[in-house]
Structure formats: C-alpha cells, structure tokens
Design a protein around this ligand. Structure first.
Ligand code: GKR
Ligand code: MG
Length: 416
C-alpha cells in the first residue's frame, strides 16, 4: 500500500471571545483538515492546527509523502524533517509555549496514516495503539471568562458576557445541564486572583462532588500562587501552570502539597527529565497534536508512569476528527486517569458525517472504527474552507484581538 495523494484544506470555524492570560480568542479558530489517499482506495483523515506556520509546514510536506508506505512511521518522520529543514516553532510570538513545526506536522500526518491502517485491517485506531483500557472517555467542562461577542457576522455568540464569579457559575450550570460534565477546568489568569478564587469557591458550593482545576497560564508570581494555594486548600484536584517557567513552577512546588500540572513547561520529551530533576510538576498534559502523534502521546503516558508523574489531556479549539483521535489516545493510555480537557462545547460546527457527537454524563464512547471511526462531511468542509478564505484571520493572536475589547490592554505574564 502506497500514498498517492495528500490534501491539506485550511478551514475557519466561528469562535467566541474566550479570555485567557494572553488576551481573547479571535472571531474564528483555524484548523487544517488532512486527507491522505492510498493506491488501494483508502483515505486517512487528520485534523491539525490551521495557523500560518503549521499550514505552511503541512503544505510543504504533503507532496513529499507520495509513495510512502503508511506503516512506515520512521520514514514519515524522516520525510517531515527533510521537507522542513529550517524547523522552528508553530506559535505566534505572544504564545507562552511553542511546539516544533516538525513535531506538529508529523503528528497530524501520523493520525491520518494510523486511520488508513485501521481501515485496512478493519480495527479501531485504539487497537493499533495497544488496545483500549477504557471505552467510555470522561471529559471535563472547560469554563472560560468571556466577553459578549461584538461582531456576529461570522457566527453566533455562546452565553454572552461572563466576567464575574456568579456568571461563571451560571455558565457551569448550563454546561452541566447540556453535557453532564462531572469536573470543571477554569481558564484563569483573567480576573484578579481573588475573584478567581471566589469563582472556584462558588463552584465548589454548587457542585460539591465535581473535581475542580484552574489554569492561569503563568499569570501569577510564586507569592501570589502560594496565597491562592492556601485559599484553595482541599478544593482543587490540581493547579495547572500557575507560574511562568520551569524554575518558578519548581520554586512553588517545593512549598506546597497541591499537585501542579502543565502544558507549558513540559511540551517535549527532553523537558520531562528537567521537570523530574527539579520536581517542578506532578502531572503532564498529553496532546496528540504535538506529542508526536497518537503513538507519541501513548509513549508519554509510559514515560510518566516510569517517572511517577500523572497524565491528563490538553485541548485547543477543535472539531470532531481531533475529538475522535483524543478518545482513541485516552482509551489506550492506561494512566490517563484525569478527565480530558475539551473546547468542543465552545463551537457549533462539525466536519464529520452524522453531526456533533453527543456527550452523556460528560463522557463519549470511543468510536469503534475502523481507524478513527469518523467520516468527512465534504459539504461542511467546503463551507468552512470558504469561511477561511473570507475571514481576515490567518493566524491566532489573542493579544491583538484583546485590543478590540480593551483598547489599552497590555499583555503581561505574570500579571499578579
Ligand atoms: O483556548 O484560550 C484557550 C486556552 O488557553 C488554550 O489556548 C490553551 O492551550 O487550553 C489550553 C491550556 O490548557 O493551556
Ligand atoms: Mg493549560
């Protein structure tokens, strides 16, 4: 079996103004949909970041995959490295962590190749990753402070302005009713730490049995984080990236018992060693989009087991192909014992046939394949590609977007 054609289609999906330490989400989020076709008529799907550097990397690599055997992942990696000799990162300069373009591009094509292999042997993708230890995948509700959307031309708002503890709790109630989530992750680093603490204490009152987390993405100094940890003692299951950089995380970690998680200071295999030596974090967030695909994400789980670190799962704004891949990775990672993050409820579109998968009690069933177990809706792909061509957004810049809401906004990390 050989690859005969690779299509990379950029799409834009209406987004809503979700706030974070860096600013706020632009009016659309960008993804790239990958279709890898083989000489025996199979098509493997993938969903990758769609911002400029990733897209260019995917487009440059795509033609070099012709003739490749989908079973040869080492050769895939080699071809990606040859196609992108200058390497570099994928994120905008305002990002707090970066990912190597070769890792991100490899990851995206790896999923499509695994999808082909699953289709060829008529097995779900999780079987190619070593088998499923769980088939019901729990997701946490991802709560955001947000502005009311100003410009509705590209798509509707979801839930209006949410800029206070009470409105945030109302958001959680709505998500709870719609999706049945059993845990909450709050994107912090937006309001004053006191208000974010108040939000979590109110969530605790209303949802006494839910697991709670907060992710201020480096917004707090070590003394501020220490204060918050005291106020939230016994309230959080873990605290994600409270401080900026490995050393600040290690300094905080040395003074507290609360577990620290990260998707900012450990984003490559090499960084695990430093994190363990410094005891900077106790939980690493997995993500098949940059941890070298689904096989890399499963390897991450194994390394974390050996290093006595917990594993959780990171998310960015995404659609159903990524959601399916996340389910397969979660199914095949025994020590992924925390509810996975997902931005899924924050969009209304889909590009897979059958529409949007339905969450039950905050969980999804892993698709039973073959491969990823999802099919592309070509019409939806065309519509979202059309939106990409007309939307003025070709890169993600949350700081720039924030100026539309707060004209004198200055990005500062840490801020408090
Ligand atoms: O969507 O604003 C966002 C998040 O902040 C996202 O960009 C992060 O990558 O969810 C992510 C995180 O856990 O840091
Ligand atoms: Mg995070």
């Amino acid at each position: 079996m050989k690859i005969v054609e690779v299509l990379v289609t950029p799409i834009a999906i209406p987004d809503v103004p979700l706030a974070n330490t860096k600013g706020v989400h632009p009016s659309v989020f960008l993804r790239a949909i990958i279709q890898v076709k083989t000489d025996n008529g199979l098509v493997g799907l993938g969903e990758a970041y769609g911002a400029a550097r990733t897209l260019t990397g995917l487009q440059r690599t795509a033609p070099t995959l012709e003739g490749l055997d989908p079973y040869n992942l080492r050769e895939l990696r080699r071809r990606v490295e040859v196609a992108l000799p200058e390497g570099g990162g994928v994120n905008a300069p305002t990002a707090l962590a970066d990912h190597k373009v070769v890792d991100v591009v490899y990851s995206a094509f790896e999923i499509a190749l695994l999808d082909i292999r699953g289709k060829e042997v008529n097995r779900p993708l999780y079987d190619l990753l070593g088998g499923a230890v769980r088939k019901t995948i729990p997701f946490g509700g991802y709560l955001f402070y947000k502005f009311a959307k100003q410009d509705l031309t590209l798509g509707p708002d979801i839930m209006g302005e949410v800029m206070s503890p009470d409105t945030l709790v109302a958001q959680a109630k709505e998500f709870s009713a719609q999706y049945g989530f059993k845990s909450w992750k709050l994107k912090g680093g937006v309001l004053e730490p006191e208000q974010e603490v108040e939000t979590l204490l109110k969530l605790r009152e209303v949802f006494p049995h839910h697991q709670l987390r907060i992710d201020p993405m480096g917004a707090w100094t070590v003394p501020t984080a220490l204060k918050v940890v005291k106020q939230l003692d016994g309230v959080l299951e873990y605290l994600e990236d409270p401080c900026k950089g490995m050393d600040a995380m290690a300094e905080l970690s040395a003074q507290i018992d609360m577990p620290l998680a990260t998707n900012l200071v450990v984003v490559e295999f090499e960084q695990i060693i430093e994190a363990v030596k410094k005891d900077a974090v106790q939980i690493v967030l997995s993500d098949h989009h940059y941890w070298r695909g689904a096989t890399g994400a499963v390897h991450l789980g194994e390394i974390c087991r050996a290093a006595n670190l917990g594993v959780s799962m990171h998310s960015n704004s995404h659609l159903g192909i990524s959601l399916a891949a996340m389910c397969h990775v979660a199914a095949a990672t025994p020590n992924l014992t925390y509810d996975c993050d997902t931005h899924y409820p924050w969009s209304t579109k889909e590009i897979i046939k059958g529409g949007r998968p339905e969450f039950k009690d905050g969980t999804l069933q892993v698709p039973e394949g073959p491969g990823l177990g999802v099919e592309l809706d070509e019409e939806a792909l065309e519509q979202l590609h059309e939106l990409y061509t007309i939307a003025m957004v070709k890169d993600r810049d949350d700081t720039d977007e924030m100026l539309k809401y707060i004209p004198d906004y200055v990005r500062k990390v840490p801020r408090w």
